[in-house]
Ligand binder design. Structure first.
Ligand SMILES: CC(=O)SCCNC(=O)CCNC(=O)[C@H](O)C(C)(C)COP(=O)(O)OP(=O)(O)OC[C@H]1O[C@@H](n2cnc3c(N)ncnc32)[C@H](O)[C@@H]1OP(=O)(O)O
Ligand SMILES: CC(=O)C(=O)O
Length: 526
């Protein structure tokens, strides 16, 4: 076991989702979005929330105006900007003044620390760049602000001209920066390269921070390596949002520090909110959260392989690196053609069935494998699996009996109209309903619901939230087998059913009628 690093006396988690995260392609955050995310981050209790660049665009300027009303309880708000322009004075620089006007106690400014960036991008001298750092930090300090300095391109700069890169850190520290942040702006570093550079910067006496981008897929690993080398401030974004390939993902950095190093980063009750917060931010950002995102993804603790499940039956932790509850996530057992008896037994138990009998569990496993070979996918259709299980256990009591259904599509006055007829019995009453729709599945859905509503009125509130069709044997064109998956929601619960057939309407009917049957059995039986 390696020696674990000791937590610095003062340690900061600095979230830049609202600033660097918003630099991600395809991600746009309105002022209300930013306020909402700031609220979530405050609930979690990150030390700092970087809200954006006031003065750079009206959205960010307005955010800081409105953020004053947020009443943050745990986190402190930070305004981001840059060192003043070359050849000017910080006290007369419009963007520096906008930083002061943002009204936050904390300001983070970006400074050039790579000599070539100073001479070629800023088109000024190395000395003037140092003067820009000193002048801006001192001016902001004179305005009563706490100042952090992000040293842009620090690691590449250190490789090109170590003496100058370190001089920028020293200058920021001497001018009064409370933390000097070493930035891997182009994200090209590897973990084993971090320690030596961080230790060289530490010789300045500055409190150091780290800001990593993910271009080598090492942003989290590089952040942890920098922490091991002694930084006391880590910057990152939730879900790893950020310019290009993103930033270090705080939803991984935080639990790594807390659960692997044993550091006290967040109170346990807040850490147990990590998954909820990561998902809430993803929802506001309109970015679907990757299922396999470490710690907080829906697959992070999902188990598919039969051999894994057989060990998990003995002890969940045999195939999990942590208890998922620590980060507010759950263990999930997946049912597929890779399942063994144990998957079926664990999933069955989670659904409230006793499947301790080995023979019975083995026989259900065989049925699942055979159905998966036909094209069914129970991994993504939890409700269909439960119905199959009930059927195999002789416990499937369907709430209605379908006698027949049919659907056809015709062109009527230049419009395509589908008409469906459904005959069924529900609560001992026979119904025959004809429904129209703008497609055959829509017409069937309408007719089926209309036939069920007299017996189960709340069926009208079942919402078909997603309908997916996939061709399974692509070589056979219109003869191919298709799988349809339907998501249905009611009263905050969503369930998925699957149908398979060579006829897309038949496959859809199976998924549709099972969706309504499952919803009634689960929610409306009585
Ligand atoms: C590594 C990072 O991610 S840092 C964060 C970067 N974020 C952003 O750029 C988003 C917000 N940016 C903006 O809205 C705009 O770029 C603004 C408002 C900041 C500036 O816009 P403009 O004045 O139109 O200038 P433009 O973006 O073309 O160029 C930036 C200027 O700042 C200078 N500059 C760049 N970095 C710095 C720095 N650290 N300190 C001082 N000046 C700098 C550039 O040399 C350039 O100067 P010039 O006007 O003399 O050519
Ligand atoms: C400051 C910053 O965002 C960077 O260097 O990447």
């Amino acid at each position: 076991m390696p020696t674990l690093p000791v937590q610095p006396a003062e340690f900061h988690v600095f979230d830049t989702s609202l600033r660097d995260g918003a630099q991600q392609e395809g991600l746009h955050l309105s002022v209300p979005d930013k306020l909402k995310i700031a609220g979530y981050l405050d609930e979690l209790g990150v030390t700092f929330i970087e809200g954006g660049w006031p003065g750079a665009n009206p959205n960010d300027t307005e955010f800081f105006k409105q953020a004053a009303q947020l009443g943050l309880q745990r986190s402190k708000l930070v305004a981001f900007g840059a060192t003043r322009k070359a050849g000017a004075k910080a006290s007369e620089d419009a963007l520096t003044q906008a930083l002061v006007d943002a009204g936050t106690d904390y300001i983070c400014i970006v400074a050039k620390s790579h000599d070539e960036h100073v001479t070629r991008a800023l088109r000024t001298t190395l000395e003037e760049n140092l003067e820009m750092v000193t002048d801006t930090v001192q001016y902001l300090r004179s305005q009563g602000k706490h100042v952090f300095v992000d040293c842009e391109h620090f690691f590449d700069g250190y490789r090109a001209n170590p003496e100058y890169a370190i001089k920028v850190v020293q200058t920021a520290h001497d001018a009064g920066a409370e933390v000097v942040v070493l930035c891997d702006t182009n994200g090209g570093m590897l973990p084993s390269w971090m320690g030596e550079v961080v230790e060289a910067a530490a010789a300045t006496g500055a409190n150091l921070g780290i800001h990593c981008h993910n271009d080598t897929a090492c942003a989290v690993a590089n952040t942890i390596a920098a922490v091991e080398a002694g930084v006391m401030h880590v910057q990152g974004t939730f879900n790893g949002y950020g310019e290009r390939t993103g930033n270090a993902d705080l939803s991984a950095v935080i639990p790594n520090l807390q659960l692997k190093f044993g550091w006290d980063v967040l109170p346990a009750v807040q850490l147990a909110d990590l998954t909820r917060v990561a998902h809430a931010i993803a929802l506001v950002a309109h970015q679907p959260l990757l299922g396999r995102q470490p710690y907080v993804g829906q697959s992070s603790f999902a188990h598919k392989a039969g051999l894994h499940a057989s060990a998990i039956k003995v002890d969940e932790n045999l195939y999990q690196h942590i208890d998922p509850a620590l980060v507010g996530n759950d263990m999930r057992m997946l049912i597929s053609d890779m399942a063994g008896r144990a998957n079926i037994q664990i999933k069955g138990e989670q659904l409230g069935f006793d499947l301790a009998d080995r023979e019975q569990a083995a026989s259900i496993t065989e049925v699942v494998k055979a159905r998966e070979a036909e094209g069914y996918s129970y991994e993504s259709a939890d409700a269909s699996f439960e119905m199959l299980l009930r059927q195999q256990l002789g416990m499937l009591d369907l709430p209605f009996e379908v006698h027949s259904w049919r659907v056809f599509t015709e062109e009527r006055h230049g419009e395509n109209i589908s008409e469906a007829t459904v005959k069924l019995t529900a609560k001992d009453v026979r119904q025959m309903v004809v429904g129209e729709g703008n497609g055959p599945v829509n017409a069937l859905d309408g007719a089926l619901r209309a036939a069920l509503i007299p017996a189960f009125p709340h069926v009208a509130d079942f919402e078909l939230t997603d309908y997916r069709v996939r061709i399974l044997d692509e070589g056979y064109g219109t003869d191919a087998t298709v799988r349809t998956l339907i998501d249905t929601s009611f009263d905050g619960h969503t369930w998925t059913t699957v149908g398979v057939g060579t006829n897309v309407i038949e496959a859809s009917w199976e998924a549709l009628s099972d969706a309504l049957a499952y919803g009634i059995m689960t929610h409306l039986r009585h």
